[in-house]
Design a protein around this ligand. Structure first.
Ligand code: GN1
Ligand code: MG
Length: 369
């Protein structure tokens, strides 16, 4: 990091109520949206912090977003305390500014916030063992269960229609019609694949329209790397709470499976490597249902599989839309990064379709495990 960036970040960090002198700053994590920096203090015993520049183009209502996170973490902490656990180890902790605000702005109009860094934890972009996968399932199942006692009306719907497939498909169609970056010709076969499946992918919204699915508070970004595990791969903490808002549980289940079941990275170029790791699916389903089975309705259980097919499909629609638009939303690291990401998700949908029967029976067995 250049000394200029160091000085800029340090100046922002000094606005927050950090208990010590910052001696090192480095980039942190693999998120596609916000910029994250790790702040190291002169005294190791005081721990480290994460400073984030919130992507204000994507999250216009930072006030609402930070209030949501404050409400959710306060609620979760009170439950962990009742359980006799160290709440600060199991939830994110917001560090306010020296004047007590949840975030700060700078002269360039950027929005910043600070969390404590949970030491000794790990996150995985690719899941390696059934134990990790089981823990991830427990983490998100418990997260949904704990938030069932928080009044959903208190939360702002921070990104409306986030997992609404009709909304995502209409954005894709708009992008196709505009063809801003002149990239349509090369992606026509992918567009055809998507269009062929449109109706099938509307099963969750149709169930919702029939009032068959309760609206709950969900995480909405349950990529596996949004769970921190401890050194023995037990659950420690669910992170990235930017999109916590009312939603359907199948979206969280499907988004987690999307990242767990893929034996390769989200941007793997060699599609032969994008194959299903079925034991990890079984482990996640068992971990998730061990926490969630008791509060889910029959219809919600029925919707889980629809979520598994829908989320990689929707992610393909989103990556493809951004590729066609000329890469305006997701951070990219090379020119056709969004196209590579799209193809990976399409391959995943194909693999899931082939394995449907086998995976459904694993899911059934996990319910009675
Ligand atoms: C984005 O925060 P991050 O980079 O993990 C995106 C998710 C996508 C994900 C795909 C607000 O998440 O919805 O599933 O990339 N977040 C937002 O990797 O759009
Ligand atoms: Mg996120």
């Amino acid at each position: 990091m250049s000394s200029l960036v160091f000085e800029e970040v340090k100046r922002v960090a000094d606005i927050f109520n950090i208990n010590g002198n910052i001696v090192d700053i480095s980039r942190f994590g693999s998120g596609h949206i916000n910029d994250t920096f790790k702040l190291v203090l002169d005294d190791e015993a005081k721990g480290s912090y994460l400073l984030q520049k919130i992507n204000h183009n994507i999250f216009p209502n930072v006030e609402g977003l930070m209030n949501n996170i404050d409400l959710v973490t306060t609620h979760l902490k009170s439950i962990f305390v009742q359980e006799g656990l160290d709440a600060n180890k199991h939830t994110l902790t917001i560090i306010p500014t020296k004047s007590g605000a949840l975030y700060s702005t700078d002269e360039k109009g950027n929005y910043w916030r600070v969390f404590t860094l949970l030491e000794g934890t790990k996150s995985y972009d690719i899941v390696e063992t059934p134990k990790q996968s089981y823990s991830g399932g427990q983490a998100f199942g418990k997260f949904q269960k704990q938030l069932a006692s928080l009044d959903a009306n208190k939360l702002v719907e921070i990104l409306p229609n986030f997992h609404n497939i009709d909304f995502r498909l209409s954005n894709l169609k708009k992008a196709i019609a505009e063809n801003k970056a002149n990239r349509i010709a090369e992606v026509q076969d992918i567009i055809d694949f998507i269009v062929e499946r449109e109706e099938r992918m509307r099963r969750i919204i149709k169930m919702a329209q029939r009032n068959e699915l309760p609206l709950r508070i969900t995480h909405n970004d349950t990529k596996f790397n949004n769970v921190l595990l401890d050194h023995e791969d037990n659950v420690q903490c669910v992170i990235d709470l930017d999109t916590v808002m009312p939603g359907f549980i199948a979206y969280d289940f499907g988004d987690a499976i999307r990242t767990i079941i893929n034996a390769a990275a989200e941007d793997e170029k060699d599609l032969d490597k994008v194959v299903l790791n079925t034991p990890l699916f079984k482990a996640y389903a068992e971990g998730y249902l061990s926490e969630a089975k008791d509060f889910l309705t029959e219809k919600e259980i029925e919707s889980l599989w629809c979520g598994v097919l829908l989320l990689p499909y929707m992610q393909a629609v989103r990556f493809l839309t951004d590729y066609i638009d000329g890469d305006l939303y997701y951070k990219i690291h090379y020119p056709d990064h969004n196209l590579v990401r799209t193809k990976t998700q399409i391959k995943l949908v194909q693999e899931l379709e082939y394995a449907e029967e086998e995976l459904l029976s694993i899911l059934d067995n996990a319910l009675v495990a």
